[in-house]
Design a protein around this ligand. Structure first.
Ligand SMILES: Nc1nc2c(ncn2[C@@H]2O[C@H](COP(=O)(O)OP(=O)(O)OP(=O)(O)O)[C@@H](O)[C@H]2O)c(=O)[nH]1
Ligand SMILES: [Mg+2]
Length: 298
């Protein structure tokens, strides 16, 4: 049995006209670049707004949103098609359980993603949180160990709950860039991305506000406190990452088995064989010389 055809992306039509125009333009560009399918995986801690962001992006209530910790532990994929273009979005369970990295959830995600190609990772956290701690780094490390460091070249940081009033009279943009920098630093540390690698691995940040109470501009687009319409921003950043010069992540068994580390060892095999061959040749040469000069043991 083949894969069922994805449903028509009806949610596109519920966006205000201005947003629709921008989205059609961006999706059209993707199609022009021969990207007929786009697979996005959404990961992050529990309750940060992963599922809500997916619903906002698709424009339909496609995945369940819960105020309390969700009991559903399985990843789900939602597919929608538009003019021959297919969008796949994979929602995943939260990566934290009782203050620790939820390895069980991670194993389920790995199993679900096996043999899939990830075009974009949305790493979701909240904007209205002020601290970044060790657990954040541990989650990032767990994702990196599972899918390889390269996944961060295909990632985007999404900060939810973006409709906020910064504390202490701080300016909104100053506050949000401080929070973004904090999470990005945790990503760099957790993923062990070296300073010298930084330039070509800039992770874009997008702020989103998923509640129905989000403010709107006069053309009905949902806006952030700084006036930016965030849905087109999100789609633009996604298409940017999808078409950047890094390759999409093919989740093979080899990648998941952590063959990365093993491969590093394998690189030395030809070198060691070469050195062995040279030593052997040298010994052979020395023996021949000994025989020729007759200076061998009596
Ligand atoms: N104010 C506000 N609330 C949000 C936003 N995003 C999500 N929420 C709320 O936060 C709660 C959790 O949202 P979910 O989308 O279920 O979060 P999740 O990351 O999918 O959670 P798990 O699947 O349990 O890991 C729900 O009550 C949402 O309504 C946001 O941008 N702003
Ligand atoms: Mg969820």
């Amino acid at each position: 049995m083949g894969t069922p055809l994805p449903r028509e992306w009806l949610g596109l039509q519920q966006f205000p006209a201005a947003t629709q125009t921008k989205l059609f333009e961006l999706l059209g560009k993707l199609k022009q670049e021969n990207a007929n399918t786009l697979t996005i995986v959404v990961m992050g801690k529990g309750g940060v707004g992963k599922s809500s962001t997916i619903n906002s992006l698709i424009g339909e209530q496609v995945v369940r949103v819960t105020a309390f910790q969700s009991e559903g532990l399985r990843p789900v994929m939602v597919s929608r098609s538009w003019a021959g273009f297919t969008l796949n979005v994979i929602d995943t369970p939260g990566l934290v359980e009782a203050g620790y990295v939820n390895h069980q959830a991670l194993e389920l995600i790995k199993g679900f993603l096996l043999n899939k190609t990830i075009d974009v990772l949305l790493y979701v956290d909240r904007l209205d949180v002020y601290r970044v701690d060790n657990l954040d780094k541990q989650i990032i490390r767990a994702i990196t160990n599972s899918f390889g460091k390269e996944i961060w070249r295909k990632s985007l940081l999404v900060l939810t709950h973006a409709q906020l009033c910064p504390p202490d009279g701080l300016n909104y943009d100053v506050f949000s860039s401080k929070r973004s920098e904090g999470v990005l630093k945790a990503i760099r540390m957790g993923a062990r991305i070296r300073k010298m690698d930084l330039e070509d691995s800039v992770i874009p940040v997008v702020l989103v506000e998923n509640t129905g109470r989000c403010n709107k501009n006069d053309i009905d687009e949902k806006i952030l406190p700084n006036g930016e319409a965030w849905v087109p921003n999100l789609v633009k950043a996604i298409t940017g990452v999808a078409t950047n010069k890094s390759r999409a992540i093919v989740v093979s068994k080899k990648l998941l088995d952590g063959s990365d580390a093993n491969d590093k060892g394998k690189l030395w095999i030809p070198v060691i064989l070469g050195v062995q061959w040279l030593v052997l040749k040298w010994i052979q040469g020395a023996i021949k010389k000994d025989i020729a000069t007759g200076s061998g043991p009596l």
